[in-house]
Design a protein around this ligand. Structure first.
Ligand code: THG
Length: 367
């Protein structure tokens, strides 16, 4: 076997040492950083997320800060979701598109005040993109990466853990809303957020030298609820229907194809990037859509590291973009990015390692 050679271009998170102390067993590059991908017990880590509290280093969700008089204008130009009603302390899930209406990232936008926003990004370079757009549009705004690193606490016990650290006010936070505060002198923002459907929070560390300290504060507070380490969980997120940008999307995917139409407001201003092609795609109807797919058989299969062709009668109709063994369903499930003519209930084949595996399409989410 081989190893990934360390370089300064594959940045470590402020929580890196803490995750090593927890026994991290793997990493994957994400946004030019190392993202923990497990702690040696995939099934145990899954059930901890479903039944308890799971602590994640998600500093790879890097922040792009927009600051200045035109920060709000730039945020709206970048996002085809109407932001006029977004107020300080509120976050929103947004679908960034390019000039062709192709999805280029799906960040959470946090409005800190009228002149300051964070885009908490998925895996693509939005710092370069936002700077280029700001310059081309002549906007008075600085685009920088602040010293901000998210840590997630997810699962049904997450409310108790995070309330034990910060107080009961966190229980009243609405989804994607956040508040700036501090714990033992460490500056943070606490948001109800996270890439699972089990509920929970994200704690945005605002001092990268305090990663281990913050990790251990949460870990200690979580003892009573048997908190333990985890990571954005590929099994739970597929069961729950969450999108993985760059995993389930390719270089031509638009938001309508991957169930993000709720986040596209077609009547935003004409200067919003991609809005013209998005209006046209909406009128004509997207060519593909995203469905669930369940493989025949009940032998646990592995995770996907590539897309597999989906065929009907030997003809390719789409791609299986992700797949996993579902512990709760006892089946191999995944997503299909597939011709609009294919419908839930249809039978298809997945071409995997020279085999044709029978499968059935379904609506999402699975659970
Ligand atoms: N946390 C932070 N930044 C992130 C992510 C995160 N950046 C990248 C990536 N994850 C963004 N992707 C998503 C995708 C879906 C959701 C959150 C982040 C999500 N969706 C819910 C749903 O689809 O049901 C609810 C959306 C809504 O109600 O608007 O939660 O995890 N900091």
């Amino acid at each position: 076997m081989f190893e990934i050679t360390p370089t300064t271009r594959l940045r470590r998170s402020p929580f890196f040492e803490a995750t090593v102390a927890e026994g991290v067993s793997g990493f994957s590059p994400y946004n030019h950083m190392l993202m923990p991908t497990g702690y040696g017990d995939p099934e145990g880590e899954y059930w901890r997320l479903i039944n308890g509290a799971s602590q994640w280093d998600v500093a790879v969700e890097r922040q792009v800060e927009l600051t200045g008089p035109d920060a709000g204008r730039l945020a709206q130009i970048l996002s085809p979701r109407d932001l006029t009603k977004c107020v300080p302390g509120q976050g929103k899930y947004v679908a960034l598109c390019n000039h062709a209406g192709t999805l280029i990232n799906d960040p959470i936008l946090l409005k800190l005040d009228d002149n300051r926003f964070w885009l908490s990004i998925a895996d693509s370079n939005i710092l370069f993109w936002a700077r280029a757009i700001a310059a081309e549009r002549g906007l008075n705004v600085a685009v920088i990466e602040p010293d901000v690193s998210p840590m997630a606490v997810q699962g049904p016990k997450a409310d108790d853990v995070v309330a034990a650290v910060f107080g009961d006010w966190v229980r009243d936070l609405k989804f994607f809303w956040f508040r700036e505060t501090q714990v033992e002198g460490i500056p943070v923002a606490v948001a109800r957020s996270g890439w699972s459907k089990q509920g929970g929070f994200e704690i945005y560390l605002m001092d990268g030298s305090k990663g281990t300290a913050l990790w251990n504060i949460v870990r200690e507070a979580g003892r009573s609820w048997e908190i333990g380490p985890g990571n954005p969980n590929p099994v739970e997120r597929i069961e729950s229907g969450l999108l993985s940008y760059g995993g389930d999307s390719d270089d031509t995917t638009n938001p309508f194809e991957v169930r993000l139409e709720r986040y596209v407001d077609l009547d935003v201003a004409d200067d919003v990037i991609g809005i013209h092609p998005l209006r046209r795609i909406r009128d004509e109807g997207p060519k593909r859509h995203q469905l669930g797919i369940t493989l025949d058989g009940d032998t646990p299969g592995g995770h996907h590291a590539s897309w597999y062709d989906i065929t009907v009668g030997g003809r390719k109709v789409g791609d299986m973009t992700c797949g996993t063994w579902s512990y709760r369903l006892g089946r191999n499930i995944g997503y299909a990015l597939i011709d609009r003519a294919c419908r839930p209930g249809d039978r298809v084949e997945v071409r995997k390692d020279g085999e044709a595996i029978g499968a059935t399409l379904s609506d999402l989410p699975f659970l």
